[in-house]
Write a protein that binds this ligand. Structure first.
Ligand SMILES: C[S@@+](CC[C@H](N)C(=O)[O-])C[C@H]1O[C@@H](n2cnc3c(N)ncnc32)[C@H](O)[C@@H]1O
Length: 217
């Protein structure tokens, strides 16, 4: 059987999934993430969930082609609404906007269980997502950045700690990312350029611009 190798965004998401955990992939679309993780033996089983029937059909077809229908179940679900707390240890929500990811998390009370690990890959507004995670008592355990199709994205691995806090623009922009790789530096530079533009109309953002410049110097 051919091996499915993940690249870019999904590859970093896969790296953050704990070995042996049961995965719920929310917004699975093609189902590649659970397929690759089950195929490599990193996880025993997964739920591949999507709000739309068509992507779910394509996931089911791919799962069957890789001979994994006994280990990966597909499920029509808006966010985590149709997933039970006892069905998943690690939850991946990738390829959606930061605001939608935050709404999905806020709509599911059982993710506020310190044993659950959430792996989140926002396509946009990662700062909004980080702000809402902190407000809801989640802590960032790991954060990285990755190049994918000539763009750069961040991936967060978070867990509920119960320590709710508000954060400023700098903290929401940087999260736990440190400029220790080419991708992280590129991501932080992208944030800096965006903040500089916003600061033209909103000088209250200038301290965040200066702090970010310092981090990157
Ligand atoms: C761009 S695809 C991302 C696919 C894959 N996760 C990735 O990162 O490559 C987004 C998927 O999320 C699904 N989606 C959007 N809103 C959703 C929701 N509220 N709950 C579950 N799935 C959702 C869409 O139907 C679509 O299949």
């Amino acid at each position: 059987m051919k091996m499915l190798n993940l690249k870019g965004r999904l590859s970093l998401c896969a790296e953050y999934v704990r070995e042996g955990s049961r995965l719920a992939d929310i917004g699975t679309d093609h189902g590649y993430l659970p397929i690759a993780l089950c195929q490599s033996g990193r996880i025993p089983s997964a739920l591949a969930c999507d709000i739309n029937p068509l992507p779910l059909e394509s996931a089911a077809k791919n799962i069957a082609e890789f001979g994994l229908s006994d280990r990966i179940k597909t499920r029509l679900s808006d966010g985590l609404t149709e997933v039970g707390a006892d069905e998943a240890d690690d939850i991946v929500i990738a390829g959606m906007g930061g605001e939608l990811i935050a709404a999905i998390i806020e709509n599911c009370p059982w993710v506020k269980d310190g044993s659950k690990s959430l792996i989140l890959q926002p396509m946009t507004r990662h700062d909004v997502l980080i702000g809402r995670l902190y407000e809801n008592g989640f802590s960032i355990e790991k954060q990285g950045a990755v190049f994918d199709s000539k763009k750069v994205y961040t991936v967060l691995c978070v867990r509920y700690s119960g320590e709710a806090k508000s954060c400023d623009t700098y903290e929401a922009t940087v999260g736990r990312l440190s400029p220790d790789s080419e991708a992280s530096v590129a991501f932080l530079n992208k944030c800096l350029n965006k903040l500089k533009k916003q600061a033209i109309g909103d000088p209250s953002l200038l301290p965040a611009v200066e702090k970010l410049k310092e981090l990157l110097s």
